[in-house]
Every structure is written in C-alpha cells, then in structure tokens.
Design a protein around this ligand. Structure first.
Ligand code: NAP
Length: 256
C-alpha cells in the first residue's frame, strides 16, 4: 500500500493532509514535535479508514532531524511514496531579533529541513520510479511582503526548489510541487500578533484547510510544479506583483 509522510501533522494543514490521504487509503507517518495530537489523530484515522498510521516526533529546526527521520523510517521498514513537507511557522524579525541562533533555527525549519527531506527520501522514490513530493510554500513566496522578512524568502526558495526537482525528475515518475496557499484557517495565526491581524482582515480572503489541501493534492497528481490555491489568490497574486498596484496601495497606506 502507498505510504505518505507528512511533517507538521499535529495541527492545521498537516492534519488535513493526513485526513484526506487516509480517506484515499494511504498509510501514514505523522511527524511534528507534539506527540499527543498526532496520536489522537492516528487513532481516529485508523479507526475510520483502517489505514496504518505511525507517529514520529521530530524538531525539524534541529540539524540532523531529517537524516534521523529517514534512518527511523528505514529501521521500521517504511517505504515513503508521498512526502508532504508542511511544517512551518511565523519567524523572528530578521533585523530586530538580535539572537542569530533563533534566525538560524528558523531558516533550518523553513528551508534546510525541506531540502534535506528531499535529499533523504527522494532517491528511493527515483529507484522505484514513483514518488510525490508536496512542499507547502505560500503566496508570500510569490511576491514581496514585509512581515518578519524571512518568511516570504524561505517560501520563495521552496518554490524554486520544487520547480528544479520537478523539471529534473518528472520524466522518472516523480511529481514535485510547491503549494502556495493564501490566508487559511489553522493554528498558524494563534499568536497575539497574528490573531490581531486575522481579526482586522475581511473573512472572504480566508480559506478552509480542506479546500487548500484538496486543490493541492489534485494539482500534485496532475504534475504541476507550483500551484496557488484559491481562485481569489490566483487572481490577486499577479495583480499584487505589479509595481503600479504596489505604488497605489502604498499611497493608500496599505502595507503588504
Ligand atoms: N495558515 C496559513 O494562512 C498559511 C498560509 C500559507 C502557507 N502556510 C504554511 O502552511 C504550513 C502549515 O501551517 P499551518 O497553517 O497548518 O500552521 P499550524 O496550524 O500552526 O501548524 C504548523 C505545524 O508545523 C509544525 N511545526 C512547527 N514547528 C516545527 C518544528 N520545529 N519541527 C517540526 N514541526 C514543526 C507544528 O507542530 P508542532 O508544534 O507539534 O511541532 C504544526 O503541526 C506552514 O509551512 C505554513 O508556512 C500557512
């Protein structure tokens, strides 16, 4: 049976990937730092879909975590056919947070760990001639946004990485895609700063996680290398990338 490994599976989009892949009959390996919510989800999915669900705890901001995950997956005899690199968070302000170790850990979580997960898990997929890799990026990786100054650039790296790997390995049966969601209802905006931002934005720009994940999995299967979820964002992103739109918004006092 096909087996999927999902990072950041203890909440939000990761849990939803787990739900939809389990509903499609896939065995799962769930990865995040908090075991409790993943064990609860594993029991629920095994009960409702009869699939095998294993839980591995890992902090993907630590160097070596992807290699340890791969070694553990091999030790348990898991063949991973679908890899969803989804774990992520908001980050420290690149300029104002003066502790570089926090910046370094953040960049490892958002970029290095994703490259390392591809490095560890893709060779076996290539050998078997089948694989699916979905890297969860963001619309923030497709245009200039302020925020913490690192979040968007790390997501831009995931988009470029996914396109490069897709172009190299598509002909060998491996689909690699960057999924770019816009604002999505998850735990991501639970902090004081982001929950305030969420309250101040109109409801219609927020999507539900199930829609984002469904569109993402469909696009991955079709062989796309990058996909922006949500009709609104597919329309908005090219408009917001235009220099004149940005000048106009800036003149109106809107800071992206
Ligand atoms: N929600 C949005 O509006 C939105 C929009 C665009 C893109 N995204 C992207 O979507 C992805 C999922 O975010 P979400 O919205 O579902 O947020 P979420 O509900 O906060 O979930 C984040 C997940 O990442 C895991 N995680 C965080 N730090 C980790 C670490 N150091 N090691 C391992 N796992 C870690 C968390 O698990 P633990 O805390 O248990 O480790 C959790 O399972 C992220 O990459 C995010 O950038 C989100």
């Amino acid at each position: 049976m096909t087996r999927a490994l999902i990072t950041g599976a203890s909440a939000g989009l990761g849990s939803e990937f787990a739900r939809q892949l389990a509903a499609g009959g896939k065995d799962l390996v769930l990865v995040a730092r908090r075991a409790g919510p993943m064990q609860q989800l594993a029991a629920e999915l095994h009960e409702s879909h009869g699939v095998e669900v294993d839980v591995l705890t890992a902090d993907l901001s630590l160097p070596g975590a992807p290699a340890e995950l791969y070694a553990e997956a091999r030790r348990r005899g898991f063949e991973i056919d679908i890899l969803v690199n989804n774990a992520g968070s908001e980050g420290p302000d690149l300029i104002r947070t003066r502790d570089w170790s926090r910046q370094d850990a953040y960049i490892r979580l958002m970029m290095t760990s994703v490259a390392a997960m591809c490095h560890e898990f893709m060779p076996a997929m290539i050998e078997r001639g089948y694989g699916r890799v979905l890297n969860v990026a963001s619309v923030a990786g497709r245009m200039t946004v302020h925020g913490d100054y690192s979040y968007g650039p790390t997501k831009a790296y995931l988009i470029a990485l996914s396109k490069a790997l897709s172009s190299a390995y598509m002909s060998q049966g491996i689909h690699v895609m960057a999924l770019c969601p816009g604002f999505t209802h998850t735990d991501f905006h639970a902090s004081d700063k982001l929950s305030g931002m969420k309250r101040s934005t109109p409801g219609f720009i927020w999507y539900d996680a199930d829609v984002v994940v469904r569109e993402g999995l469909e696009a991955l299967e079709k062989g796309k290398d990058e996909y922006t979820s949500g009709r609104l964002y597919r329309f908005l992103v090219p408009v917001l990338r235009q220099r004149w739109t940005r000048h106009l918004l800036s003149a109106l006092g809107v800071k992206l």
